[in-house]
Design a protein around this ligand. Structure first.
Ligand code: DAH
Length: 330
């Protein structure tokens, strides 16, 4: 009996345990054969004999059940160990990923200007009034502040409404000459088919000696850039107003959809507005303590470029993470 219990205790696997169970309790098992001896045992000894065997059977059953529980737990533990998922492991997939069209457009624009020797600058998303407005020649109560649909935070801070404040920070931290662009997110309280509360801009600024920077330089750089991005388009400069530039222009390209003939997208004008620019206003240089310099600046919306390049109709679809849209950019 002790021998059987020991064997059960030493079983290494569920299979081994089952074999033992059959050996002891199966049809021709050792204990089953003992029970068969009942027939030959004198009646007066039967009761005692049966009790002994039943007790042994119960003991064996208990031992087998206990061992089974232990072995099952061990097997589960081993399985868990063996099947551990390594989430960092590289798995080749036949699904190719792609850059989001906004990121891709941002990359293309920044790479273009990097190649033209512009540095890439960054600034905080939560700005103070000075950098977002005041230093850009937008004094308090100036009506042009209304154009910006600003999100105000505590203590007079704002979510930056444009990337232009990075011009100010870069000039404060560097001496001229400056040749920079600043890509990044901006925020405005606005939401419809051409506006989202968060979007992305690229700001550009060039500052150098007075005789080194002119509107002609600005015009040349903008035309080259736009033809790089949009191909063989016509470019026109329209006089406009920005507080931080004087003179200022808005720049249009000939409509990509109708080639200038007039369609719904260009509101029958044959032109699409793509950026704002101008010669840096003296008041901006005053705000950062720059003297005897000249500069030009420009600013553009990256989503607008992405929509035109990929012919996307609704700006909001760029931010909805719909895999059916994103899948088209592989
Ligand atoms: N900050 C302007 C905006 O958000 C864009 C802009 C226009 C930037 C003209 C400039 C500029 O630097 O010269 O609408």
């Amino acid at each position: 009996m002790k021998l059987w219990l020991d064997k059960i205790e030493q079983a290494q696997s569920l299979e081994e345990l089952e074999t033992l169970r059959v050996e002891i309790l199966g049809k021709k098992g050792i204990l089953t054969l003992e029970f068969a001896k009942m027939k030959t045992i004198p009646n007066e000894e039967k009761k005692e004999f049966a009790q002994k065997l039943n007790k042994q059977k119960a003991q064996i059953n208990d031992a087998i059940e206990n061992k089974k529980t232990t072995l099952l737990a061990k097997a589960l533990e081993e399985q868990l160990k063996a099947e551990k998922i390594d989430v960092t492991q590289f798995v080749a997939s036949d699904e190719t990923a792609a850059l989001h069209p906004v990121l891709d457009t941002m990359d293309r624009i920044t790479t273009y200007f990097q190649n033209m020797n512009f540095s890439i600058e960054e600034g905080p998303l939560v700005e103070d009034d000075f950098h977002n407005f005041e230093a850009l020649n937008l004094p308090k109560y100036h009506p042009a502040r209304d154009m910006q649909d600003t999100f105000y935070c505590k203590d007079g801070a704002v979510l930056r409404t444009h990337t232009s404040p990075v011009q100010i920070r870069t000039m404060q931290n560097n001496k001229p000459p400056i040749r920079m662009i600043a890509p990044g997110s901006v925020f405005r309280k606005d939401y419809d088919i051409t506006h989202t509360p968060m979007f992305n801009q690229i700001e550009g600024l060039v500052v150098d000696d007075i005789d080194k920077v002119s509107f002609a330089n600005l015009k040349h750089v903008m035309v080259e850039f736009l033809q790089h991005m949009f191909g063989d388009v016509e470019v026109r400069f329209r006089p406009s107003f920005f507080p931080f530039t004087e003179p200022s222009a808005e720049v249009d390209i000939s409509c990509l959809f109708c080639e200038g003939k007039g369609c719904k997208v260009c509101s029958q004008t044959g032109w699409l507005e793509v950026l704002g620019c101008g010669i840096v206003d003296e008041n901006v240089f005053k705000a950062v303590g720059y003297k005897n310099v000249s500069g030009y600046a420009f600013g553009l919306g990256i989503e607008r470029f992405a929509m035109l390049i990929h012919k996307i109709g609704d700006l909001r679809s760029l931010f909805e993470s719909d895999i059916r849209l994103l899948g088209q950019f592989r």
